[in-house]
Design a binder for this molecule. Structure first.
Ligand SMILES: NC(=O)C1=CN([C@@H]2O[C@H](COP(=O)(O)OP(=O)(O)OC[C@H]3O[C@@H](n4cnc5c(N)ncnc54)[C@H](O)[C@@H]3O)[C@@H](O)[C@H]2O)C=CC1
Ligand SMILES: O=C(O)C(=O)[C@H](O)COP(=O)(O)O
Length: 376
């Protein structure tokens, strides 16, 4: 079997070498000739999987994308050709949840306020939106959720219209898929009018897809309204974000909110599980086989941390400011958006750090936030 695989997919040799020849490719430059004789195609978000890519391949047995999003894949075309497809739902949801939580703590520190005083509106209450909500609930921050498709499906959480979130929330964070045509289409969901409707002093976070916000409109609104703060991980026109918008953002990163080591490993592992099942083979590898040990140093926490101590703890796991600084330096250099992603040093999730919980110290919420615990 020939497997054509994005070179940025971790753990490929461990998980797929038993199936045949692995050809690692630059996913952004992948073309029809390279895929023409592949049996299996494994991609990431930067490869457009469509007729133009697959027209010369008549033997493809499976396409997998180690991502949550599927906006880069023409699902109708694959279905019409009976080519099985799988993505990796939820694989990096914890990573996105923790990224957003850390971004909010950073914004609170930057503006000398407390995150606890703000109400956070979460647009999209699926895997990543729920991961954000869980972090905020653990810390005691009020949230409002908006998800019209889930509301119609009878989700048992309280869900609000987007207009309510824009009117009432001090933070808006976006967690929707990029969709163009259906009744809930999210392309430019935040257009000029909705951006103008943000509450005074609102913080806007986007870790979904760049096109969910009209980036040109955001530049205009932000220029008129310096009260709005921005933390942006995704951009219209990736890998070439509009540099004017990068300059206007408080925190700017190159689409790495989902790039925890655990999140990336889960993505590949979910494709492996799907493929093994499809081929009638047993799944022998687990996440624990792939990941390095968690940190062996434990931190002793003997009192509930203040917000600045909590931020210090979070920065120990992932310091968003490092990625922000590096991204500002490189974002205008051709190729460097992708290089920064490719060489992103592996970030761990909160669960990789064990906290020692001295009894009676009232820090159980840190475990709900995701840190591992050693109870005495
Ligand atoms: N920055 C990054 O590194 C990452 C970005 N993503 C992006 O985040 C998106 C969401 O991921 P998940 O939460 O895991 O997906 P999900 O499918 O679990 O949840 C998305 C939710 O959005 C809702 N939704 C759809 N249209 C909506 C609308 N117009 N208004 C409000 N809600 C709407 C859906 O009903 C669904 O519940 C992915 O599709 C992907 O594009 C995902 C992972 C990492
Ligand atoms: O899972 C998703 O959806 C994402 O946005 C991924 O984090 C994107 O990562 P790459 O596939 O572009 O490496």
């Amino acid at each position: 079997m020939k497997l054509v695989v994005d070179e940025n997919m971790p753990y490929v040799q461990q998980l797929f070498a038993h199936l045949g020849e692995i050809v690692a490719v630059n996913g952004r430059k992948l073309d029809a000739a390279t895929v023409a004789d592949a049996d299996i195609l494994l991609v990431r978000s930067v490869t457009k999987v469509n007729e133009a890519l697959l027209r010369d391949n008549h033997k493809l047995q499976f396409v997998g994308s180690a991502t949550i999003g599927t906006d880069h894949v023409d699902l109708d075309y694959l279905a019409a050709r009976n080519i099985p497809f799988s993505n990796a739902p939820g694989c990096n949801a914890t990573s996105v949840g923790e990224y957003v939580f850390i971004a909010l703590l950073e914004l609170a520190a930057k503006y000398g306020t407390s995150l606890k005083q703000r109400t956070v509106g979460i647009v999209g209450a699926g895997n990543t939106g729920t991961a954000v909500a869980n972090c905020l609930k653990a810390y005691g921050v009020a949230t409002l959720l908006c998800d019209p498709p889930k509301a119609r499906q009878g989700d048992n959480r309280r869900l609000y219209p987007l207009a309510t979130l824009l009117h009432e929330c001090d933070v808006i964070t976006l967690h929707v898929p990029l969709t163009e045509t259906d009744v809930d289409a999210t392309h430019h969901l935040l257009d000029a009018q909705r951006l103008q409707a943000l509450k005074p002093g609102c913080w806007l976070i986007n870790a979904s897809r760049g096109e969910v916000i009209d980036n040109q409109a955001l530049i205009r609104v932000k220029q008129q309204r310096p009260d709005i703060a921005l933390a942006l991980d995704v951009w219209e026109g990736e890998p070439n974000p509009i540099s004017e918008l990068v300059a206007l953002a408080d925190f700017a990163t190159p689409h790495i909110a989902g790039y925890s080591l655990e999140g990336r490993a889960r993505g590949t592992l979910m494709l492996y599980a799907k493929l093994q099942q499809m081929l009638g083979l047993a799944q022998t590898q687990t996440l624990a086989d792939l990941l390095p040990m968690r940190w062996n140093r434990r931190l002793e926490i003997n009192a509930a941390p203040t917000e600045s101590a909590l931020l210090a703890l979070c920065r120990f796991v992932y310091d968003l400011r490092d990625d922000d600084r590096q991204f500002r330096k490189i974002h205008q250099i051709p190729g460097e958006f992708d290089n920064m992603r490719k060489n992103h040093r592996h970030r761990r999730e909160f669960s990789a750090l064990a906290l020692e919980n001295l009894s009676g110290s009232g820090v159980d919420w840190l475990f709900e936030l995701g840190f591992s615990g050693v109870h005495r």
